[in-house]
Design a protein around this ligand. Structure first.
Ligand SMILES: Cc1cc2nc3c(=O)[nH]c(=O)nc-3n(C[C@H](O)[C@H](O)[C@H](O)COP(=O)(O)O)c2cc1C
Length: 373
């Protein structure tokens, strides 16, 4: 086979004892393709088949709920009961058939959950709703739910599981000094604020043994008084000490994503790479950088300059599933790029509709609509 145009991007890498065939991974991307009620649908299966066929080394499947009370929407995948294992197993098999590693993200949305009574570290309102601060015994219950969900991911045949500590969801709500105002062992100092995610990781690892556990790490909330890189570095180091398999770094939460400055920032290629780099400096575990890594040349430079170990493509891979093949050939200019001024996918999923990219051909858009139900 011809040598790849970008040698570092196509070098293998080991994470959690597993070999990845190259450095390209898919970052989790919720697109509203699961069936109503959070079950695996034909569209979801077709979508992940295409993502795995792309040539990426690992697909991290979008967030799935560890409890109905922690779900973000009616089409969010679920892994809160054994009855979901069969559907999830189909997704794992579909991905692995393509010689691609399969990871699944598990989540509790906390104060962003659609539940009647949202819960969080403290009663800090979000979008006009005030969550109830969790009692100590409820914290333990949620940690057990994470552990049981991780076990289902293992039973479904995935290669890894990822804890969702990003996007301002529950794990990060405990770490943030803005949303955690507790004065017990889970609040106050940074060592106390990281207690919930660290205990959760330990419980998960106790349950799943040597099954690799990754973590989506919120490295900056981009909000006044919010979680900063300094907090994230402390958490990252503790996660690494406790055996996390990889850290997938991101910035922003639902409360900052729509601020004009953040919107501007997130239109820039590689807008979260500096966060990944700051985390990578602090830990030895593999770090994934994501955020508009639109060109293979940029991806290669990130790896070569040691800013991250792996590249996470979310919309970039979804918009053009041939990104990895074009990268191998050095055909950067042929890549169908996500329009930086467009947020159609986000708007559609917020309305409960399946995400469809305006850049796709009419035929491809129609095929997606056909499969959606
Ligand atoms: C519509 C949409 C859904 C997303 N869903 C998830 C998710 O389920 N879990 C997660 O950790 N990040 C999620 N993200 C964040 C992505 O993983 C990624 O960090 C971000 O989109 C930047 O990468 P990209 O420019 O390649 O899309 C989502 C982003 C978008 C736009």
């Amino acid at each position: 086979m011809k040598k790849p145009a970008y040698p570092t991007l196509f070098k293998s890498k080991s994470i959690g004892g597993l070999r990845l065939k190259n450095r390209i991974t898919m970052a989790p991307l919720y697109l509203g393709y699961a069936a109503e009620g959070g079950r695996v649908s034909p569209l979801l299966e077709a979508h992940y088949r295409m993502m795995a066929q792309s040539g990426a080394a690992m697909i991290v499947v979008e967030n799935s709920s560890i409890t109905p009370a922690g779900s973000g929407s009616s089409r969010t995948l679920r892994c809160d009961h054994d009855r979901y294992v069969g559907g999830l197993a189909k997704i794992a098999a579909t991905i692995k058939e393509q010689r691609c590693r399969a990871s699944l993200q598990i989540n509790h949305a906390g104060r962003f959950a659609r539940s009647v009574e949202p819960v969080s570290a403290s009663d800090v309102p979000a979008f006009g709703r005030t969550p109830r601060a969790l009692l100590k015994k409820e914290i333990t219950t949620i940690q057990k739910q994470f552990a049981r969900a991780a076990h289902r991911v293992q039973k479904a045949g995935f290669d890894l599981v990822e804890l969702h500590g990003g996007t301002g969801y529950l794990l990060s709500q405990f770490v943030s000094p803005r949303t955690n105002l507790r004065n017990d062992a889970y609040g106050g100092s940074i060592d106390n604020r990281i207690r919930f995610p660290i205990e959760t990781l330990k419980r998960v690892k106790d349950q799943v043994g040597d099954f690799p556990v990754g973590y989506r790490l919120l490295a900056d909330e981009w909000l006044p008084g919010g979680l900063t890189v300094a907090d994230a570095v402390v958490l990252a180091s503790a996660l690494a000490e406790n055996g996390v398999a990889y850290l997938s770094v991101m910035g922003g939460t639902y409360e900052s994503f729509f601020l004009p400055d953040v919107v501007k920032k997130s239109r820039r290629p590689g807008y979260m790479v500096a966060l990944a780099q700051a985390i990578k400096k602090a830990v030895k575990v593999p770090v994934i950088a994501a955020g508009r890594i639109s060109s293979p040349a940029r991806a290669e430079a990130i790896l070569r300059d040691n800013k991250a170990d792996l590249i996470g493509l979310a919309r970039m891979l979804w918009v053009d599933p041939h990104w990895p093949q074009k990268a191998r050939r050095g055909d950067d200019r042929k890549i169908l790029n996500c329009n930086t001024k467009c947020d159609a996918c986000f708007q559609l999923v917020m309305k409960g509709q399946p995400a469809i990219c305006p850049r796709w051909t009419k035929e491809k858009r129609a095929a997606y609509r056909e499969l959606f139900h």
